[in-house]
Design a protein around this ligand. Structure first.
Ligand code: GAL
Length: 425
């Protein structure tokens, strides 16, 4: 991958004289990235960054934490930072970027962003997420859509069922699939997946405005509303259609079941597409992608990004190169073709992408216009940790404990929403 021309300008500007980019990298710095992309296809996607940094003369180190969704990665990041040994960058997302920036540990990368005009290249929702008090502290990798329903068309055909667009249709299709002896819904069975699934059900049952009132504005009247009760009941109804009562071994296992036709449907963000592509499937043809029932007008988004920590002067240029590489057109294309997500830059053609990515890109734009671009609660885009963490717990317990009533769950969601909001502005 070639180094973007703008890098020359930045290197020269920063050095105060006309150093060439190669000269700037010749000294080579060290880059250490903490992330949680350890599964086959995801690991391959981040590997592209490693190749680029190495080709620029930097040393690449990874602190990869095996744990989808990133909960454990954040715990380990915390302990690294507290013990005075932060990585160069970490996969920190959404509201958590603000939380980290507020601690004063993040690095200001505004010089790179300005020189490369990130503000003009990124949708506002993305650039705002990457900034703290008006300056960039993180570089965005992609946009994932969370509210997808994936369908194996062969199973659907065998069951003589149709692609569902509402939750009632979903259950009719699930019943038909059950009758042919196939698991209707592949399910990951991890708490972050419980909340992600719940989120899609909430948007589908209550609509985008309800989702905003409940999970963005945290209105008590929405958190304890008939729509919330219906959302909880619909969510619980899914359980009888999943493998062995609840799980199929995290999202990779769940996606494998769909790929193999051992399950008919999967509710999952488009990181699942990475596993489909790796299995040689053509998304949109071999496996269908449709909006989760009732959510066609909405796009719940999950932006992956690398937040930059403060580093020694010797590694500062390597960090700048990292930020610049993440935003380069070449990386945005190669990474996202593998990862299942869509590029964040507005100036990238979707021509080389599959049907599902093309649809995601179009839906992202139309939802932005419509006001139905929804920050994902499950993926740290909507609320700070002290609110999301207890909500994860409530939803997982509700899924796992059949005795817990919808009323109990609503009361606990409302209590979680009252946690002191220390979100940094
Ligand atoms: C999400 C992340 C995705 C994907 C997924 C499964 O939180 O944003 O990029 O990695 O977890 O690990």
């Amino acid at each position: 991958m070639s180094r973007p021309a703008t890098r020359f300008t930045i290197a020269a500007l920063l050095a105060g004289f006309a150093a060439t980019p190669l000269a700037a990298s010749a000294a080579g710095g060290e880059v250490e990235v903490l992330h949680f992309w350890t599964r086959g296809a995801e690991a391959g996607a981040i590997g592209k960054l490693k190749e680029t940094l190495r080709s620029e003369g930097h040393t690449w180190k990874e602190f990869a934490v095996a744990d989808g969704g990133g909960g454990l990665a954040m715990v380990l990041l915390n302990s690294r930072v507290t013990s005075g040994n932060p990585p160069t960058a970490a996969q920190i997302k959404g509201v958590h970027i603000q939380e980290w920036a507020h601690t004063g540990r993040l690095s200001n990368i505004e010089d790179v962003a300005r020189a490369e005009k990130w503000d003009t290249l990124l949708p506002k929702v993305v650039s705002e997420t990457m900034k703290y008090q008006g300056y960039y502290v993180a570089a965005p990798l992609n946009v994932h859509r969370v509210n997808w329903l994936w369908i194996n068309p062969q199973v659907l055909k065998k069951a003589r069922a149709k692609v569902p667009t509402t939750w009632e249709e979903f259950f009719a299709t699930a019943d038909a699939i059950k009758q042919i002896g196939v698991t209707p819904l592949a399910y990951g069975g991890r708490s972050w997946l419980d909340l992600g699934t719940f989120e899609s059900v909430a948007i589908g049952v209550g609509g985008a405005e309800f989702y905003k009132r409940a999970f963005i504005k945290l209105e008590p009247s929405a958190l304890s509303s008939p729509q919330m009760e219906k959302t909880l009941q619909t969510f619980r109804r899914l359980k009888q259609y999943t493998v062995s009562n609840a799980t199929s071994g995290d999202w990779v296992g769940a996606t494998a079941l769909l790929n193999a036709g051992q399950a008919g449907m999967l509710l999952m963000g488009d990181w699942a597409k990475a596993e489909m592509l790796a299995a040689g499937k053509k998304p949109g043809i071999d496996l269908l992608c449709v909006a989760a029932p009732g959510t066609a007008d909405s796009f719940s988004f999950d932006i992956d990004s690398l937040a930059m920590f403060q580093v020694s002067p010797a590694n500062k240029q390597a960090q700048r190169d990292l930020a610049s590489d993440v935003m380069s057109k070449e990386f945005q294309i190669s990474f996202n073709l593998t990862k299942g997500s869509i590029p964040v830059r507005l100036d990238i053609s979707m021509e080389r992408f599959d049907e599902c990515a093309k649809r995601a890109s179009a839906d992202f734009k139309s939802s932005a216009k419509r006001g139905t671009l929804l920050p994902s609660l499950a993926h740290g885009m909507a609320q700070p940790s002290q609110i999301v963490a207890p909500m994860w717990e409530v939803i997982s317990q509700f899924w796992n404990q059949d005795k817990m009533t919808a009323q109990d769950a609503m009361a606990r969601l409302a209590a979680a929403a009252r946690a002191p909001n220390t979100r940094a502005e």
